[in-house]
Design a protein around this ligand. Structure first.
Ligand SMILES: CC[C@H]1O[C@@H](n2cnc3c(N)ncnc32)[C@H](O)[C@@H]1O
Length: 482
């Protein structure tokens, strides 16, 4: 099928659907009419769109952890603990790495090993192998909305199964679940495959069932400049809207400087809404702020400092939702206790800051303007190289380095862009590659990096990037020279 940013016909969709439901035996248990009936019975308090809308109207920030283990019963115990002890507002099921690569055979092995070992031998919940039956058991056991969180380039079967199971939100996108997650999967394929996932959500919308879609905002989560991640978020939002998605959460990964992070969230929401309006999409938009996605301190007390700073920033930015980290972030998959502790620390901070927003200031206003201007430079070029087609333009933009994500593993990513922090810790750009910013914007970034270099009595250069990558793990924001 030729890639273009056009809503799939039902014929196109059902033709592909026949094939993907055969990718694993559990696919045969997915029945659209049965799924629609099941979804129509989802109560408000277990619907992602409903709960997000309520939070946005009340001006509060919801807390959502990541969590996933191999066996259904253990996963139910984990989610129930995070709901009752952790006081989570929304629940995930973080899907395991084999499922993300469609390696369902390995999931079977991991499930068997988990039963034998009495603990999870997978790094997440293998939803495809558990199928609708297992995923519905999870959904019926909890009392909060449930979302699939993963990193799956081809999530077509996974999306069919989780939505048929009452899970009213799905994370991911054709760019955001490819470039940071895969090495050699073509963008044409993943953008097409995610058009399928969005068209599925659109189909349910047409049946009167609202489902939430959440592109993965942070991307590599390593010093990603706000305008770069905002551009990708808006592109994925527009691609989803074209397939009939009506309820979107666009996201951003914390960089660490308060004014820049609040500006990024404000710019994202305002600019995304401008584009939805410009292209005539009726989208209900909410936002998600991811607590620091880079290297974490090993020390758990210091980790709580990072978690609380991310929570405070999310609240002051007025994010609809914040994704929670845990004090085990530096070591691996958290215990349920550590996961719950991360949520409770987050909610304590959110509650202390309830109703507060970072006041407008000259600094904040300028940062919002800068991020919007940069994002517009990128999006204008994406449309141009795609001759007006956003899907084609996105693929071309990566080929030309117009879209370029720092430290991404994908061979389709140019990898020429190099970020570094300025003296206040805001993420700026040291090497632009082919990112199409104006000379004025490039000079502005350079001047800020020169100012830092002067303070640190060193040259602007790659060592700053290296120092910044390790800084937070060492307890600082800016990687100062020794
Ligand atoms: C996007 C990466 C984030 O997802 C987290 N993560 C990945 N798998 C799991 C998991 N199974 N349980 C809890 N957190 C998880 C990981 O710690 C990191 O913060």
């Amino acid at each position: 099928m030729e890639l273009k940013n056009k809503k799939w016909s039902q014929e196109q969709f059902f033709k592909v659907r026949e094939e993907i439901l055969n990718h694993w035996p559990t696919g045969k248990d997915v029945n659209l009419e049965d799924a629609a009936e099941y979804l129509k019975k989802v109560p408000e308090h277990k619907s992602f769109p409903a709960k997000l809308k309520k939070a946005k109207e009340e001006g509060i920030t919801l807390a959502q952890p990541r969590a996933g283990v191999a066996l259904v019963e253990d996963h139910i115990n984990l989610l129930t603990y995070l709901q009752n002890e952790g006081e989570a507002d929304l629940l995930p099921s973080t899907i395991d790495s084999y499922t993300r690569q469609n390696r369902y055979n390995e999931c079977e092995v991991g499930l068997e090993e988990s039963r034998k070992a009495g603990r999870s031998m997978l790094n997440g919940f293998p939803a495809v192998n558990h199928g609708v039956e297992g995923c519905r058991r999870v959904f019926e056991a909890v009392n909060l909305p449930l979302q699939a969180r993963h990193g799956t380039p081809d999530a077509r079967l996974l999306s069919e199964i989780i939505h048929a199971s009452g899970w009213t939100s799905n994370e991911g996108g054709g760019i955001s679940y490819n470039i940071p997650y895969a090495k050699s999967v073509s963008l044409e394929k993943t953008i097409l495959d995610w058009q399928y996932c969005d068209r599925l959500a659109g189909l349910y919308e047409e049946m009167g069932i609202s489902l939430n879609r959440e592109p993965f905002g942070p991307l590599t989560g390593t010093l990603v400049p706000p305008s770069v991640s905002n551009a990708v978020a808006i592109i994925e939002g527009l691609l989803a809207a074209e397939q009939g998605v009506r309820n979107l959460t666009l996201g951003y990964g914390q960089c660490g400087n308060l004014v820049q992070d609040v500006a990024a969230m404000r710019a994202l929401e305002e600019q995304a809404n401008e584009y939805f309006k410009m292209y005539g999409y009726d989208v209900y938009l909410t936002t998600v702020f991811h607590q620091w996605m880079g290297g974490f301190p090993q020390d758990e007390s210091k980790a709580f400092g990072v978690i609380s700073w991310g929570s405070a920033t999310a609240a002051l930015a007025g994010a609809t939702k914040v994704i929670v980290k845990t004090p085990h972030e530096a070591v691996g998959i958290p215990t349920k206790e550590a996961n719950a502790a991360g949520i409770k620390a987050t909610k304590q901070t959110l509650n202390l800051l309830r109703g507060q927003r970072l006041p407008m200031s000259k600094e904040l206003e300028e940062e919002i303007k800068l991020i919007k201007a940069e994002t517009k430079c990128i999006l204008d070029k994406v449309f141009e190289v795609g001759n007006g087609d956003l899907a084609v333009g996105a693929v071309k933009a990566f080929e030309l380095g117009i879209l370029d994500i720092p430290f991404a593993p994908s061979k389709y990513n140019a990898g020429k862009i190099l970020p570094a922090r300025d003296n206040n810790g805001a993420v700026r750009i040291l090497e632009f590659g082919n990112i199409p910013f104006t000379k004025e914007i490039k000079d502005f970034h350079r001047s800020l990096l020169e100012a830092r270099a002067k303070v640190e009595n060193r040259e602007v250069g790659f060592q700053m990037v290296v120092d910044d990558i390790y800084a937070v793990g060492k307890g600082f924001l800016v990687g100062r020279p020794n």
